[in-house]
Design a protein around this ligand. Structure first.
Ligand code: NCD
Length: 305
């Protein structure tokens, strides 16, 4: 299994064994969290964020610094030369001279793959349009494994399944591990046909529900997502579906006692704040788990783990 020098663009590029290896490496990182680690001393991470981010960028930066490395980059495309008309390829070719690894987030599907082709240092996809968000999926898997002890769970995935990149990556990975999936979305925001086909090819048991209640009754994992307002071609369409699903204490009254509620965050109004105080909420644990998972990924692609 070779990770050194490798790009992390899509979860589909990884075998089950490779994903397990990353999760094991993350567990070792977590166990060493209190120590002063200098595995990546002298190495530089560049974060190129052409789209807003709180957790993904800051957790990559934290992960790099916790391993003794340094961070450069920008978090607003307007602050970089793209604002002068520079293309992504030229930006990445430039930055590959400064950094040992590049994390890129971009509004266009396929941008991370393009960046990887232009770069001679590893590129990690931090989200490309509505396509993929592999590192979020790895921390989601890490969280589910930690909480449930296994990945062949019954997971309900709720919200914007059309434009949500986190759910495209997650559904594929869960299917690889034998999970059964209940998909719940407002009409018009269903899982794209090519993702459904992929899930079928993986032999996954997939059901689609419009009723949140039925899904909540059955699920062991409830993965809730935001309606991706910024990806709607027509703002009026967004108005029709906004606020379609909301997880409240009443919703959870139907749930199994051991149901865990997850969300990649940011949330808008999909999970009411009172849920935070129940034994079901795990979204802030996901945030926490993002650090060891990203430490593991950086160490692996830089060949020190
Ligand atoms: C997600 C994203 O950017 O796709 N956020 C994240 O990275 N945790 C989810 C979202 O924006 O809704």
């Amino acid at each position: 299994m070779e990770f050194e020098g490798r790009d992390i663009i899509s979860i589909r590029d990884f075998s089950l064994e490779e994903i397990e290896h990353i999760l094991e490496s993350a567990a070792r990182m977590e166990a060493r969290m209190g120590e002063r680690l200098d595995l990546l001393q002298g190495r530089i991470l560049a974060c190129l964020f052409f789209e807003p981010s709180t957790r993904t960028r800051l957790s990559f930066e934290t992960a790099m610094k916790r391993l003794g490395g340094e961070v450069i980059g920008f978090s607003k495309a307007g602050a970089a030369s793209v604002a002068k008309g520079e293309n992504l390829t030229d930006t990445v070719k430039t930055v590959a001279n400064y950094a040992d690894v590049i994390v890129v987030r971009h509004p266009r599907e396929g941008a991370a793959r393009l960046a990887a082709e232009a770069s001679d240092v590893p590129v990690i996809n931090a989200g490309d349009g509505s396509n993929q968000h592999p590192t979020q999926t790895l921390l989601d898997l890490y969280t589910i494994k930690k909480e449930k002890g296994r990945l062949d769970v019954c997971a309900a995935i709720v919200g914007d399944l059309k434009y949500g990149r986190t759910v495209h990556s997650l559904a594929h990975a869960l299917a690889m591990f034998g999970a059964s999936l209940i998909l719940v979305s407002p009409s018009g925001l269903e899982m794209p046909p090519e993702v459904l086909l992929d899930l079928k090819e993986l032999g996954a048991e997939v059901t689609a529900h419009n009723s949140l209640e039925d899904a909540v009754r059955e699920a062991e994992v409830l993965y809730v997502t935001r309606i991706q307002k910024e990806r709607f071609p027509d703002p009026e369409e967004y108005e029709k579906v906004k606020g379609a699903y909301k997880i409240t204490l009443d919703t959870l009254a139907l749930a199994r006692e051991d149901l865990i509620v997850m969300h990649p965050l940011p949330r808008v109004d999909e999970i009411s704040p009172e849920v935070d105080f129940t034994g079901h909420a795990r979204y802030f644990q996901q945030v926490r788990n993002g650090i060891p998972v990203r430490m593991a990924l950086l160490a692996l692609v830089l060949g020190v783990e």
